[in-house]
Design a protein around this ligand. Structure first.
Ligand SMILES: Cc1ncc(COP(=O)(O)O)c(C=O)c1O
Length: 399
């Protein structure tokens, strides 16, 4: 286990999330190298909205994808310019649309005809992308947003929307591009490349229907990360090899030649560079099971308890932070809540645990704190700590 994680958690107390911000930027740089300048990167704030994470990405990713006015405000506080934000999501409220337009959010990603009507009613010029819900999607994604879905305009309905835009139904809205995000958390390079080919067909079709150039094409990445030991990370080199020709094919279309292609993603960037660290409070033997009762659990990390879209509950990768690393005990790790679903790990092999020991749960940088019921049991919010430039600092925002 990285000794810097131990030092960070010991400096500020537990439970704590620790994020390696240098590691985060290194992952962005890796993507840029692999795609050879053909792709820009956009970070989906929902994955981890901590202001230090957003600030660390400034100058490294091109845009932030936000899904609420709260995320817009966070991005602005972190030093981002409103012009560099794209606002997606199917449930934008009228006051959020109004505020987004007032502060100058760069592009609105429209997910329905009603949203186009609501934007037009604001009475100001707005640049919009249409989010398209594809008819087809390959297997191999952990989460699927296609089918009958609240996300985007159905592919079979998009021609009518483009025609209405062209005919001036929404005169204040300028169509600048197309957004597609149909699946998330894939570890299969072939599935990702096939999905991007489907996106490419949609972009070409929409451009032809529009009859004018489109400037912005957003590809919802779907890049996944391993959530348990023994699973290989996504082979991004294999992804890049398969996707480069798809991108070249998009740019070869005369109406898309000037388009910027943007990979929109959250978990692949920030997930692997985040750890959730808990302290063991008690070790208890109950009916054949060794239980380690920890100072944080489901209230801080719902996903690691298997409660966020995991079909079969499996343990996240984890390790004892200091001391014996050899697996010499089998423990069930539970948190402080009054429910047995507050279980961070079932029968995980770890170095022998005693009160005061720390355990770090990996793959926790995305959809960790932000997706957790922190109010449950009224504990203070966990610490959030950044590792950066050889040091560490407290970046806790709430509590
Ligand atoms: C529109 C949109 N963009 C980006 C993301 C980020 O997905 P991921 O964190 O899996 O990369 C999501 C996830 O739900 C999304 O809905």
């Amino acid at each position: 286990m990285n000794p810097r994680i131990a030092a960070a958690a010991e400096a500020f107390g537990t439970p704590a999330y620790v994020y390696d911000l240098d590691g985060l930027r290194a992952r962005v740089a890796w993507l840029h190298r692999l795609f050879d300048g053909r792709l820009q990167v956009s970070y989906a704030v929902k994955a981890n909205p901590n202001g230090a994470v957003l600030a660390a990405l400034s100058g490294h990713v091109t845009t932030l994808d936000v899904s609420s006015i709260g995320e817009v405000e966070r991005a602005l506080r972190a030093g981002w310019s409103a012009a560099d934000l794209t606002f997606s999501g199917p449930a934008k409220r009228d006051f959020e649309l109004r505020r987004a337009v007032e502060v100058g959010v760069g592009e609105l990603v429209c997910e329905s005809v009603e949203e186009l009507d609501a934007l037009q009613a604001l009475g100001r010029p707005v640049s919009v992308l249409l989010r398209v819900n594809p008819l087809r999607m390959p297997k191999g994604f952990g989460a699927k947003m296609s089918g009958a879905s609240q996300f985007g305009i159905d592919e079979e309905a998009v021609d009518a929307v483009i025609d209405a835009l062209r005919e001036g139904r929404w005169p204040l809205l300028t169509l600048v591009g197309i957004h597609v995000y149909s699946g998330s958390n894939s570890l299969d390079p072939d599935a990702i490349a096939e999905n991007f080919s489907i996106f490419a067909d949609i972009y070409r079709h929409c451009a032809e229907r529009w009859g004018r150039p489109l400037h912005r094409l957003i590809l919802g990445s779907g890049f996944g990360i391993p959530y348990r030991d023994g699973v290989e990370p996504l082979d991004v080199e294999a992804v890049a090899e398969r996707v480069r020709p798809v991108l070249d094919g998009i740019l070869a279309h005369p109406l898309l030649a000037e388009a910027s292609c943007t990979l929109e993603m959250g978990r692949w960037l920030v997930g692997p560079v985040g750890w959730f660290v808990v302290k063991v409070l008690r070790v208890k033997h109950s009916r054949g099971t060794d239980l380690a009762i920890c100072d944080g659990g489901m209230n801080n990390h719902l996903a690691a308890c298997g409660l966020m879209g995991m079909v079969v509950r499996r343990n996240y990768p984890m390790g004892k932070v200091r001391g014996a690393d050899e697996p010499i005990g089998t423990y069930t790790l539970v948190g402080p809540l009054c429910t047995t679903i507050d279980t961070l790990a079932v029968k995980v092999e770890l170095g022998a645990l005693a009160p005061g020991d720390l355990v770090a749960v990996g793959s926790s940088g995305a959809y960790g704190l932000t997706s957790s019921p922190t109010a449950f049991i009224s504990h203070p919010a966990p610490r959030e700590v950044a590792l950066e430039g050889g040091g560490h600092r407290d970046i806790t925002e709430v509590g």
